[in-house]
Design a protein around this ligand. Structure first.
Ligand code: GLV
Ligand code: MN
Ligand code: MN
Length: 417
């Protein structure tokens, strides 16, 4: 039986309540900070697991802390529905959690109906989509996809704790990472519901949209080495100031990206400066460049030009420089058939089924190594995201859950081969 407007409204109200509840779980009292494998991640994962159990799902957790709520079907294949519960620093409440909550509410709809689907449903709550703690990302979804990169275990957070050590401190074992992977052929598809994080749906007055592809990203970790000295005594011409070199590099990244007229975007959102005293010339600076473009060649070209330009800056300023890349995520198309099925589901709840690209990264980029993927976007106010002002109307949240239910209702694993 189709969902009534009252049912959809009730789903939206519940989704909002759950988003707000997870939004209170933070490392800091005045802003949302929930990083991978921290006590806050633990508390959020426990809350999600409770919701999954209450929805009638069987809950387990893998070596990367991914919470999995399972509903069995009559056949061996599974439809995976997921998103993430980690956050950026000073985050909004919707980015990630809403996708997990949408999955739980949709799965609950089927578990309560008592009717078995011909396929199983797994709701996945990943812990590492933002990459805010370690200089790597998508570790948890990569493990589920059987594509976890062992070398990332040695990467350290700002306090020098490696990913491997953090997994152990979280009560897990790196030996168990391979067991997180789905068996080949078991996963029929991965679908994620997420706020758009951009303005397109709002401008088009559409509550929901279908993602065509998820943009690729390259990170360049640039470490400049200069010489510390007294801020009052060393003449300007004799300084080897690592921060001044990094500042030139930041502006170079901006101008190279601007010159592409929107094809490539480049951001430096974090710089560390050592020794970090007001009266000492900066000796060591690390700047992380986040470079994104849907076109792989355009992104590689800009990264190459930036590397060359940074080496030239370092040479002119007599600075040492090392450039490493710890994050390289390919542009990932969503499966055409999954896109069509999501568009049909959106139309059934009254939307147009508009298609749009994703400029943000998502767990689907790792899950695409396992199975066909698709994404459903939800309008968010002003397109604002990665900002505590992030907001989505509960009516739109309700429509998104309803569209997901419609999608599941008609999903046929055999059609995807
Ligand atoms: C995650 O939100 C990203 O796009 O970096
Ligand atoms: Mn996200
Ligand atoms: Mn995000």
């Amino acid at each position: 039986m189709p969902l009534s407007p009252t049912d959809i409204e009730a789903l939206g109200a519940r989704a909002e309540q759950m988003v707000n509840a997870l939004g209170t779980i933070s490392a800091e009292p005045d802003r949302l900070v929930r990083l991978f494998l921290t006590p806050e991640h633990r508390r959020a994962a426990d809350r999600v697991a409770d919701w999954m159990r209450a929805a009638g799902l069987v809950v387990s957790e893998d070596a990367l802390g991914t919470v999995r709520g399972r509903l069995t079907g009559t056949g061996p294949k599974r439809l995976l529905i997921g998103s993430h519960i980690d956050s950026v620093i000073d985050a909004g409440k919707y980015d990630g959690p809403f996708g997990v909550i949408a999955g739980i509410l949709a799965a609950e709809h089927f578990s309560r109906s008592g009717r078995k689907l011909s396929f199983g449903l797994d709701v996945l709550a990943f812990g590492d989509e933002e990459g805010s703690r370690f200089p790597t990302t998508l570790a948890s979804s990569s493990a589920c996809a059987g594509a976890f990169r062992g070398e990332t275990l040695a990467l350290a957070d700002r306090d020098g704790v490696t990913l491997g050590a953090a997994i152990t401190a979280y009560g897990k074992s790196v030996e168990d990472i391979p067991a997180a992977a789905y068996a080949p052929g078991e996963a029929a598809a991965y679908v994620e519901v997420h706020i758009e994080q951009g303005p397109v749906l709002e401008v088009r007055k559409e509550p929901l949209g279908v993602v065509t592809a998820i943009i690729g990203q390259t990170y360049l970790n640039v470490a400049f080495a200069g010489e510390a000295g007294h801020a009052g005594t060393v003449p300007m011409a004799l300084r080897r100031d690592a921060l001044a070199g990094a500042s030139e590099a930041v502006l170079l990244g901006e101008s190279l990206a601007r010159a592409t007229q929107g094809e490539v975007v480049a951001t430096v959102g974090r710089i560390t400066v050592a020794p970090g005293a007001t009266n000492v010339i900066p000796a060591q600076v690390v700047a992380i460049f986040d470079i994104r473009a849907a076109d792989e060649a355009a992104r590689a070209r800009l990264a190459g030009e930036l590397r060359d330009g940074i080496h030239a800056i370092a040479q002119r300023r007599h600075l040492g420089v090392t450039i490493t890349s710890t994050r390289e995520v390919a542009t990932t198309p969503c499966h055409p058939l999954v896109q069509d099925q999501l568009a049909a589901a959106i139309r059934r709840v009254g939307g147009e089924g508009l298609r749009l690209g994703s400029g943000a990264g998502h767990d689907g980029q790792a899950m695409a190594k396992l199975c066909p993927i698709g994404m459903l976007f939800v309008r968010c106010r002003g397109g604002i995201s990665h900002n505590p002002l992030e907001y989505a109307d509960p009516r739109d949240l309700g429509l998104a859950v309803a569209a997901l239910i419609e999608f599941i209702e008609r999903f046929d694993p055999e059609k995807l081969g």
